[in-house]
Design a protein around this ligand. Sequence first.
Ligand code: CU
Length: 373
Amino acid sequence: MLSFLAVICVVFLLIVIVQISKILESLGVLKGEEEAQESSNKLNGGLLFVFIILSFYLIYWSIKKYSPEFLPESASIHGVWIDQLFNITLLITGVVFILTEFLLFYFAWKYRGNRKKKALHYVDNHRLELLWTVIPAITLTVLVGFGAVRWYEITSQPPDNVTWIEITGRQFEWMPRYPGVDGVFGKRMVEYIDDGTGNKLGIDTTDINSEDDFLPTEIHLVVNQPVAFKIRSRDVLHSFYLPHFRVKMDAVPGIPTQFWFTPTKTSAQMAKDVGKPDFVYELACAELCGASHSNMRLEVFVDTQEEYDEWEKQQTSWYSSFMGLDKEDDADAEQLEEAADQKEDNDEGEEIEITETNGNVEENNVISMLQND
Ligand SMILES: [Cu+2]
């Protein structure tokens, strides 16, 4: 209904403009062409002036109205840097924008065609040209320079005490995996992916490192502890987006990507700060990946170390539920041990490979994923 009214308004506005120009034309015949030209210049100059004032007001109004929808308060170390860079850039470009746009329309009105005024023939001014070239060049270089330094820090290798979490996107869910107490992820092979049996990630059950991996339905992080995400996709492009932490990285099928950061506010602290007791951090997909794209939401909790330890204790390993071990508690430990013994014998060579995977690129998996994609 609102858009229909808007269309009607635009149509009426067009009719009014056509009518005014017709009246002016007839006035021109009556008054003489030159005089009519002058009054038309005056009208158009005035309208331009009104236009820019109105535009500034609309910008102010939309900022005021939509600012609650802007990026939420940042809750990571680099999030503060990003916000600072963003605000400084916006402030500088905003001031320049308002000044130049105002002058552009003001001059169009002030120096409109007039019989009494004569245009000034102004050839050039080297000093002025130098000024308006050098000042923006220096300003932009400084802005880009600061941005580049921060970008280098954000994309640097994570520190040694980082906690790794793997996150895999598929249409339409995020599947997190924690490496468990050993801190090493079990191997994954695309051949082992089987949604029917519940092996959605293609975890290699013969790999001893997979035995303590757990696959929770929400993400928990420890406040002030660096965390690194190994980001993967099982099908199409997704984008791993944590707006509160200013984290956004594509999940690309066949190519693992990564992003590390340090959360600085627990969920409880953030809930207090924003005044919403039921506040939850969230992970979203920022790549339009299909019909149910908007379903790709996962809750993220930033805990104190004690809260996190408590939560981690409650998690059961994916391996034990996949193998049905968690149903026979007595047999559980025994079977795990047995399985571990067997795999230790087979996996000596592979283990070195897997340890390496904790850092960067999992070559084996990439190759097998590429072959199978
Ligand atoms: Cu997606």
